[in-house]
Ligand binder design. Structure first.
Ligand code: GLN
Ligand code: ZN
Length: 758
């Protein structure tokens, strides 16, 4: 039996990696020094893995930005606009593809499966793939020479790579994959002649819904690769869910199969028990959760391994985490501020490697051999489960009761609508914004001063009030119909609520890479979530006191809070979503009681929680919709509930979005207006809706006519009496000047279209 893992966080224990990158980009670190620094980080990371006793250590998983981008440049997939002339891709070009430069726009970035990691989308349209350098080979040599590690090179498999790429139009995937096979073959041959034993070929695409044809294609691909490097052992690695076509997958001509036994809803195990596992292959079993931050239930892991043992002898078993540890923070060591009960129940990347060593020992020498470690692990989990934070019985009972009922507004939209029209007296095509206004350096500095204690509570709130006052005046001058207070008191739309709700904790150093050098520090939902006191009422009421126009209250929705946090593993995500929803409902009610009767509950991250398999999506959408309704349905008929979503691919979700039953939704659209409009040709949307009329991601001030034509196009498929005019998203990252100018033009555009319609 061997212990292994699939990939390690790149960022370093103190985010040294991020700092090095950003200094290099800023021109403050010469290239040779930068390369020295990141090499040291990479070797340090490897050393940790070596010290923890991992036997088969991945190499080549480290990246200077993203592993999909690494694969693309290794194959010379550099779009023409970057003026690349062949050979190994220079660092400047590599980073230009990721971040753009003066001459060329960056490549698109998108979510890596169902994680919050983002990869750079390869553009296959205008390049012929060539092997420009053998990156995994270089990584293997480095680890061997510097640390004596016999590494396991990690590469992204051809099917996943092609399926994650764009720009090959209607060319069949098989044809595109075929152009890469000679390159993979050469790469593997070189690894083979170097004496490499195992190569981990990641094919996470197998965890999505694939077709029989895809698996057949894989068979062809791996047959060819096997011929090219017959002495090399290929480990076909999957993760994040079960594999479809289990029987065909395990029969592929490779020497090892990696399966995730934790995020597979029990399906991999069931398949394995039903169809067995080939006698001539190694099973790399994901038994420790690679994505959560909790100590493993090692007893359960031992039991699971026991079930596998009936089919796979110990000498053909690799024990490992369920996925790369890229998605968890580096180490709990620096979490000195946390409640010890919570801290003790956490396991980040380093601790997971320790757990793996314990697990392996337990499997090889019997649980007695590690009884001390098993007992302390059990005790840490027990203590957290027994903590008052996990035993708020009032919340648990309320959820149990509430979820038995069906929650919804008292009246259907059609009947609420006239009542709301009478109440609000809004013009045709009402104008509004999404919530936040520019978080200028001044705003950020003020928050810093307050956090450090340099400013008193009242100094800070006076400052926030002054900001609100400025923007209420500005919005009135601009002639916007529905105002917002501007969210100056918030750094982050999830953290702000997490800090005020019970059941959340914040780590000091729990950073994970989101994209490039950008890291996020998700809140930790560890207890039952509960409302303790109003969170947003003061600012909203203050803003409303300054104007006769309606001011929208502004909350982050339950599903977004869930999807952007690390979530406890002893309750289903659905249950946790309901707990958050119930707490938010108290806030919605508090706002309404304080006279705020338009309330926006943002759900930008609903899509991010979508399961990978088609057959699981509906159930998720159902409870996501239910959670939203739970938080918003107790208001008066005349109270207008708004929501906002930040993406445009929702052709497959229009029904669900309508089921959320918000009175008004605003959606980002300007970057792919055409597609969205198209989806409304097919499905009628019969509630209030605002399709963003300008892109807030750029400082450019859009002209009135541009926005007029956006609106005109939308009104060809949407009812003007239900249509709202707003930007794509919140304006917090924008400058003051461009924001005012853009909004002025937006109001003019609305007036121009109104004039045509009336
Ligand atoms: N109300 C939030 C804002 O305006 C919404 C942000 C988001 O959708 N990501 O910033
Ligand atoms: Zn948004």
């Amino acid at each position: 039996m061997k212990s292994s893992h699939l990939g390690y966080p790149r960022i370093g224990a103190n985010r040294q990696w991020k700092k090095a990158l950003e200094q290099f980009w800023a021109g403050k670190l010469p290239e040779d020094e930068f390369v020295r620094e990141v090499t040291a980080i990479r070797l340090d990371n490897l050393k940790v893995q070596q010290d923890k006793g991992i036997e088969l250590i991945p190499v080549g998983d480290f990246s200077l930005y993203d592993h999909v981008l690494d694969t693309a440049v290794m194959f010379g997939i550099v779009p023409k606009r970057f003026a690349y002339e062949g050979g190994p891709v220079p660092l400047a070009t590599y980073f230009a593809m990721a971040r753009g430069n003066k001459e060329a726009a960056a490549c698109e970035m998108t979510k890596w499966f169902n994680t919050n990691y983002h990869y750079i989308v390869p553009e296959l349209n205008d390049t012929v793939p060539v092997l420009t350098e053998n990156r995994p080979l270089a990584a293997y040599r480095e680890a061997r020479q510097q640390l004596g590690i016999e590494g396991k090179p990690v590469i992204l498999g051809p099917l996943t790579f092609v399926k994650l790429s764009k720009g090959y139009g209607s060319t069949p995937v098989a044809e595109v994959v075929a152009t890469f096979i000679p390159l993979y073959a050469q790469l593997l041959q070189e690894l083979e002649s170097e004496g490499v034993q195992w190569v981990q070929v990641d094919e996470p695409i197998l965890s999505t819904t694939v077709t029989a044809g895809d698996v057949e294609l894989l068979n062809k691909v791996y047959t060819e690769l096997k011929q090219a490097a017959p002495k090399l052992s290929l480990l076909l690695q999957t993760y994040f869910d079960a594999v479809d076509y289990y029987e065909q997958v395990i029969a592929l001509p490779v020497q090892g199969i990696g399966l995730d036994f934790l995020h597979d809803r029990g399906r991999n195990l069931k398949q394995l028990q039903k169809h067995g596992f080939p006698q001539d292959k190694v099973l790399a079993a994901g038994l420790i959760d690679g994505r959560n931050i909790w100590r493993a239930d090692l007893d359960e892991a031992i039991r699971l391994a026991g079930r596998l043992a009936a089919f796979v002898p110990a000498d053909r078993l690799i024990v490992q985490p369920s996925s790369s540890l890229l998605h968890v923070p580096v180490s709990t060591r620096s979490e000195t501020d946390l409640d010890p009960v919570l801290k003790d129940a956490l396991a980040f990347a380093e601790e997971k490697l320790e757990e793996l060593a314990v697990l392996k020992q337990a499997l090889e020498n019997g649980p007695e051999a590690v009884s001390g470690q098993l007992a302390s692990s059990r005790e840490a989990r027990r203590q957290l489960n027994a903590s008052p934070e996990r035993n708020r019985t009032a919340i648990q009972q309320a959820i149990a009761q509430i979820t038995k009922q069906k929650f919804g507004r008292a009246l259907p939209f059609a009947d609420r609508r006239p009542l709301q029209q009478a109440q609000w007296q809004l013009p045709l095509l009402p104008t509004t914004t999404i919530g936040s206004f520019p978080q200028t350096a001044e705003v950020r500095q003020a928050r810093q001063k307050w956090r450090k204690g340099e400013w008193s509570e009242s100094q800070y709130s006076e400052f926030i009030e002054a900001q609100i006052r400025t923007w209420i005046e500005l919005q009135e001058q601009l002639g916007i119909d529905v105002l917002v207070h501007g969210e100056f008191e918030r750094t982050d739309m999830v953290e702000f609520f997490g800090e005020k709700l019970a059941g959340f904790a914040f780590t000091r150093n729990g950073w994970v890479q989101s994209y490039g050098s950008r890291c996020v520090k998700p809140p930790v939902i560890y207890g039952d979530v509960a409302f303790t006191a109003p969170m947003t009422v003061t600012e909203s009421v203050f803003a409303q006191s300054l104007t006769k126009k309606p001011v929208k209250g502004m909350l982050t929705g339950p599903v977004t809070i869930l999807n952007w946090s690390f979530v406890r593993d002893d309750l289903s995500r659905e249950q946790v979503a309901y707990q958050i929803a119930l707490a938010l409902r108290a806030e919605v009610e508090a706002l309404e009681q304080a006279g705020i009767e338009m309330i926006q509950v943002d759900e930008p991250a609903v899509r991010e929680g979508l399961p990978l398999k088609q057959q699981d999506k509906e159930a998720y959408i159902q409870w996501a919709v239910d959670a939203f309704r739970l938080s918003t349905s107790t208001v008066k008929d005349t109270t207008q509930i708004h929501t906002h979503m930040c993406y445009c691919e929702f052709h497959d979700m229009i029904g669900a979005i309508s089921d959320m039953d918000a009175d008004v939704i605003s959606i980002e659209t300007s970057r792919s207006h055409g597609e969205l409009i198209h989806s409304f040709e097919e499905t009628v949307y019969g509630k209030g809706i605002g399709l963003g009329v300008y892109d807030i991601h750029s400082p450019r001030v859009p002209a009135v006519e541009e926005m007029v034509s956006m609106i005109d196009r939308s009104l060809r498929v949407l009812d003007p009496s239900l249509f709202w005019i707003n930007p794509d998203c919140g304006l917090k990252t924008r400058g003051m000047d461009e924001t005012v100018k853009s909004l002025r033009n937006m109001v003019q555009a609305a007036e121009a279209v109104r004039a045509k319609l009336q």
